[in-house]
Design a protein around this ligand. Structure first.
Ligand SMILES: [Cu+2]
Length: 106
């Protein structure tokens, strides 16, 4: 929580994949090695084949399990998704994630 995240997202395939970060907004700070023409808050960015973006975002005060996934539902269903944990770094690990905090919105 509260720690700047810089993630590199790379599409190694030969088709588009719209990357969706669930429940948070990010800014694209680099696309294929170049600064974007403008900055904007997004929760989804399309990655064309063989493209790479760098995104920046900050997990706010909502610890728990979150996810990112491809926004094409068939890809998501086929496994193009992953979970990650937002933890309160000021607490011991077993207290940092409330056990009921599973955020599965669709
Ligand atoms: Cu996809």
């Amino acid at each position: 929580m509260g720690e700047l995240q810089i993630w590199e997202v790379f599409n190694a395939s030969l088709m588009d994949h719209p990357f969706h970060l669930h429940g948070f907004f990010f800014q694209v700070i680099e696309a294929n090695g170049k600064a974007p023409e403008y900055m904007a808050w997004k929760d989804t960015i399309n990655l064309p084949p063989r493209s790479k973006v760098k995104i920046a975002w900050i997990p706010d005060n909502r610890p728990g399990m979150w996810m990112y996934h491809c926004h094409i539902i068939e890809h998501h269903a086929a496994g193009m998704m992953a979970h990650f944990e937002v933890i309160d770094g000021d607490k011991p690990y077993d207290e940092a994630i409330p056990s009921q905090a599973h955020h599965h919105h669709h």
